[in-house]
Design a protein around this ligand. Structure first.
Ligand code: F6P
Length: 366
């Protein structure tokens, strides 16, 4: 009987619980035993109670549960070979040789490294007499499948990461609230949103709320011009009758000289324009809470496919990442997706930004 372990890793994202639920139930449906790894990679390293069977009933109500109930953590030990050796040991003594990881690109890269090292880890467990050759024989190969869970939507080869649309919905709702109070007082708000290296959340939230201006890392404005441009755009919108000013800034925003552009910097410019300005940093409310329907569906379809992939893959196949492209669940080579993400570095097509800006301005066209 195949034994599969499921784990969440890195920053939590809405939809991780539905993903775990789908893996657990699909696993059982396909006749496998499913284990949960608690607290991310720490659970693999520590084993014991942190690596234990999980059943159909255990994931009841996971669909509408925010965060990740099996926990997540950043684990320094797993970055060292000794930690991964212990992880391999704990998996083998539990009879597990397939791992489904839901996390961001860092977590998934860690999983693929674990897979490529696996044969040598197994050899070491035998040569150091922690396990016998006979014990390890059925576990010569490790199957890894990745599910991308991240609010940032920062992975290439998939249209959406699990959690991104929930976070976007939250941000949109919160900016609407701010717009109401901004309008009442004729104020300006600078809203800082998450997305360390990726401006997808900022850009999409800006379009969804009709923000006056958006700052994202992928589109660094000229260092010596952005302030005057911002003033121009905001004044123009005010002249056309807009009572509030809303600027959305991604936490990783920079100018073309690579200087950070902070919410404070933007506020100073708006104050200089004579606007009564407040800063709101949305913070982790963007990440917690229940998943929107889309993320629940995405997580469910992808979780089921992750189990199927485990059952279908051969040792020669590269580790897949389950993605979505043109509304179809797809499997893509995990490391290729990570490489594209790094190469393109900024996964937003610059044209999207221009289109968004045009769209915003056309709202105010004569
Ligand atoms: O990658 C997800 C994310 O939420 C980013 O958008 C954000 O920059 C970061 O995690 C925050 O990390 P932490 O929760 O460790 O502060």
């Amino acid at each position: 009987k195949k034994k599969i372990a499921v784990m969440t890793s890195g920053g939590d994202a809405p939809g991780m619980n539905p993903a775990v639920r789908a893996v657990v139930r699909a696993g059982i449906y396909y006749g496998c035993d499913v284990f949960a790894v608690y607290e991310g990679y720490e659970g693999l390293v520590k084993g014991g109670d942190l690596l234990r069977p999980i059943g159909w009933e255990d994931v009841r109500s996971y669909l509408s549960l925010g965060g990740t109930a099996i926990g997540t953590a950043r684990c320094a030990e797993f970055r060292e070979r000794a930690g991964r050796l212990q992880g391999a040991y704990n998996m083998i003594v539990n009879g597990i040789d397939a791992l489904i990881v839901c996390g961001g690109d860092g977590s998934l890269t860690g999983a693929d490294l674990f897979r490529s090292e696996w044969p040598s880890l197994v050899d070491e467990l035998v040569s150091t007499r922690r396990l016998t050759a006979k014990q390890v024989e059925p576990y010569r190969h490790l199957t890894i499948v990745g599910l991308v869970g991240s609010i940032d939507n920062d992975m290439s080869s998939t249209d959406a990461t699990i959690g991104a649309y929930s976070s976007l919905a939250r941000i949109t709702e919160l900016v609407d609230y701010l717009d109401a109070t901004a309008q009442s007082h004729s104020r300006a708000f600078v809203v800082e949103v998450m997305g360390r290296h990726c401006g997808w959340l900022g850009l999409m939230a800006g379009v969804a709320t009709g923000a006056d201006c958006i700052f994202i890392p992928e589109r660094p404005p000229p260092a010596d011009q952005w302030a005057s441009e911002l003033k121009k755009v905001c004044s123009r919108h005010r002249e056309k009758g807009r009572r509030q000013t809303t600027v959305i800034i991604a936490e990783g925003a920079i100018d073309n000289q690579l200087n950070p552009i902070t919410a404070e910097n933007v506020k100073d410019v708006l104050v200089d324009l004579g606007l009564d300005t407040r800063i709101t940093t949305l913070g982790h409310v963007q990440r917690g809470g229940t998943a929107v329907a889309y993320d629940r569906l995405l997580a469910t379809q992808q979780g089921v496919d992750a189990v199927r992939a485990v059952l279908e893959l051969t040792p020669a196949d590269p580790s897949p990442m389950i993605g979505i492209a043109e509304n179809k669940v797809v499997r893509r080579p995990l490391m290729e997706a990570v490489k594209f993400t790094k190469e393109v570095a900024k996964s937003i097509d610059a044209r999207d930004f221009d289109r968004a800006m045009q769209l915003r301005d056309s709202t105010f066209a004569e």
